[in-house]
Design a protein around this ligand. Structure first.
Ligand SMILES: [Mg+2]
Length: 327
């Protein structure tokens, strides 16, 4: 195991690609996968398209889970990247890896990941490195809803002539209704080109009844390590809170994702949504977004959302219904 001082140490690497040199700042506790994301940010070559070459390292750079502190990298040596920018976005869809089944981390392990200094440091660096571009201004007094795309709003694994057939039912009704109380940010573990294309096709970016505050992509994620599952990526809401502290915080933010592990840095703010798969079979029966509209509007009255246990959202809806009937 690397010592913590070594793993938190900043590394400045020079990467050569296509006749240019790029400076990449990472730390020892970052993985090769994370390094590829930083290179992607500079070159637009997607991580899965990158092949990294470095003297004497051979195939070690082919394993995305290897920590940089475990590799003998020297600032004096340059890395070479081979890869081409994705022109055909459709290729991205076909190639996108099947999402690994969600896994539950133990309570202790989750707390540990959230509180680890090295992860807090990664978050601070991400706040500094990843600039969120607002499509529409943040609104005073509104709460914040952060939404995943794949299997949350859209079934990206089924095929259809028209992408609208793969959209989760009631998506526009849901967004229109919750927009009254929430700013909406969409955060997907894919590339920004893909996020924009997909949301554009579904008509989410130009709907007259709601506005999207911002789109975030895979480059905004951080890699953390769990003892039981090894490295994995997550979506730290602290990135948004750090850039818009006057509007958003742990008290007024809720995030929907079908993968619980994406919440590991902020478990109190995540709601695990039932995945929307097999769109053709399920699009007539799926009511999740209708029920979640009720939940979001009911809890919007509260000053502090972080005291709720979103695992119990369905019973909150029922209790709320009873309360209303009796009053
Ligand atoms: Mg998903």
């Amino acid at each position: 195991m690397a010592s913590s001082s070594l793993s938190e140490e900043e590394l400045t690497l020079t990467v050569k690609w296509s006749g240019n040199e790029y400076t990449v700042r990472v730390c020892g506790d970052d993985s090769v996968g994370e390094l590829k994301r930083r290179i992607c940010q500079l070159t637009n070559v997607l991580p899965k398209r990158q092949k990294l070459l470095y003297p004497k390292l051979g195939s070690k750079l082919a394993d995305d889970s290897v920590l940089l502190s475990h590799l003998p990298l020297k600032p004096s040596l340059k890395m070479t990247m081979i890869g081409t920018v994705e022109d055909d976005i459709i290729v991205d869809q076909v190639d996108s890896p099947e999402i690994i089944d969600d896994f539950e981390l133990g309570q202790d392990e989750s707390t540990d990941i959230k509180d680890k200094e090295v992860n807090k440091q990664k978050l601070r660096r991400r706040i500094y490195q990843y600039k969120i571009e607002l499509r529409n201004p943040c609104r005073e007094g509104k709460k914040l809803l952060v939404l995943d795309i794949d299997y949350t709003l859209f079934d990206h694994r089924s095929t259809a002539e028209n992408p609208l057939e793969l959209m989760r039912p009631y998506l526009h009704e849901f967004l229109s209704a919750v927009y009254a109380e929430y700013d909406i940010i969409i955060w997907s573990a894919t590339s920004m080109k893909w996020v924009e294309l997909k949301m554009g096709q579904l008509g989410v970016l130009n709907n007259p009844n709601y506005k999207i505050t911002a789109l975030l992509d895979h480059l905004a994620m951080i890699t953390v390590h769990s003892d039981s599952r090894g490295p994995f990526d997550c979506k730290p809401l602290g990135l948004i809170w750090g850039q818009f502290p006057e509007f958003y915080s742990s008290k007024n933010t809720i995030m929907f994702d079908d993968l619980r592990r994406n919440f590991v840095m902020n478990p109190q703010n995540g709601l695990t949504i039932k995945p929307f798969r097999k769109a053709h079979a399920n699009r007539d029966s799926d009511q999740e977004l209708v029920k979640l509209t009720q939940y979001l509007l009911a809890i919007a009255e509260l000053d502090d959302l972080s005291s709720l246990n979103h695992k119990n959202w369905e019973s909150y809806n029922e209790d709320n219904f009873k309360r209303r009937r009796h009053s």
